[in-house]
Design a protein around this ligand. Sequence first.
Ligand code: PLP
Length: 408
Amino acid sequence: MRETIHTSVPEAIALERRYVLQTYRRPDFVLVRGEGVRLFDEKGRAYLDAVAGIAVNALGYGDPEIVATLRTAAEGLIHVSNLYHTEPQARLAQALVECSFADRVFFCNSGTEAVEAALKFARKYARERYGAHKTQFVAFTNSFHGRTMGALSTTATEKYRIPFEPLVPGVHFVPFNNLRATEEAITDHVCAVLVEPIQGEGGVHLATAEFLQGLRALCNERGALLIFDEIQCGLGRSGTLWAHESSGVTPDLMTLAKPLAGGLPMGAVLMTQAVADVIAPGDHGSTFAAGPLICQVAQVVLRRINSRPFLAEVQAKGEYLGTHLNQHVRPHRLVRDVRGRGLIWGIECNTEALTVVNAAYRHGLLVCAAGTHVVRLLPPLIITRAEIDEMVDKLVATLEDVAQEMVA
Ligand SMILES: *Cc1c(COP(=O)(O)O)cnc(C)c1O
């Protein structure tokens, strides 16, 4: 039996409610168009976007070079599988190696797949070098590494984990930024330590330089691999190409995804030659990964982000945003803390973050939650200072709204 579709609800929403598995709670507008840092709904309402498709749309909407690249690339090969050589994949791998610590790249289609691959590579490395006993992982409180079984096993949030247990055994969660506790956790059975240099979903927590340096030293001492998950904080988001740069240490593996292919799905694992040496043909693979079309788009994204003036601008705009958040948002009575770097910021509230996210829609502002009480800002990296001013104004107005509702 079909329910009658409510006429006041846009058809897309009625259809979604009826046919799509309900794993998301979405607001009641339908997005149809984007331009720069703005999205527009079916009624023509504009939203200033401080979500960027969850840190994906670094170059905003409708970037002419991305659109042109997509058009041209679509005339050529879209997909042939990884059974064959294609040039864009090889060139993208070269570009990623040349701008990082890494010697080799494995491509996949999402963040969770990149984490999954990194965990497998770490297992194989430990098995070959040290024996079959060294299979465990260390991860941290408030971590988010993805939703497939392996990646989920290293994600701290119990709400995401418990319904799907049993997960991969032998993952130890240690308090973030706590070296002493980490030292105890990295036993002889641990093959890798997995950490986000800036935790995203878990509430925008920044690893200290001393913490990352300490992890590097401990991993070296105990023969464990160090994996940096830069799926959200990497590729310019922090104001440097890699969020770990400021720590002065490099990992053995690094996972990337979100912004890498300009909104098309792509993940990657970057690794040292020592890790690459234990991987043989057939050990891992992907049907879709790194086809010629997506790799041409990713080359454009990487070249545009990895430019000195672009990154200097992200850093300067990040400082500008931080100053304004500290001035205008931090003093608000709903706000407990403001933290971030570059263009990833978290506003910890003493009310549920979702209340603020929902109220922001009424002010034409898109923000998202990170954990239960943190409102997260992840605007496109191309945002201007004037747009940052507007974003902060809208955020302040939103907080005022929520505060008034609480009184009423
Ligand atoms: C988003 C995210 C993931 C998972 O990426 P998906 O593409 O959603 O699978 C993993 N790690 C971090 C740090 C992320 O932010």
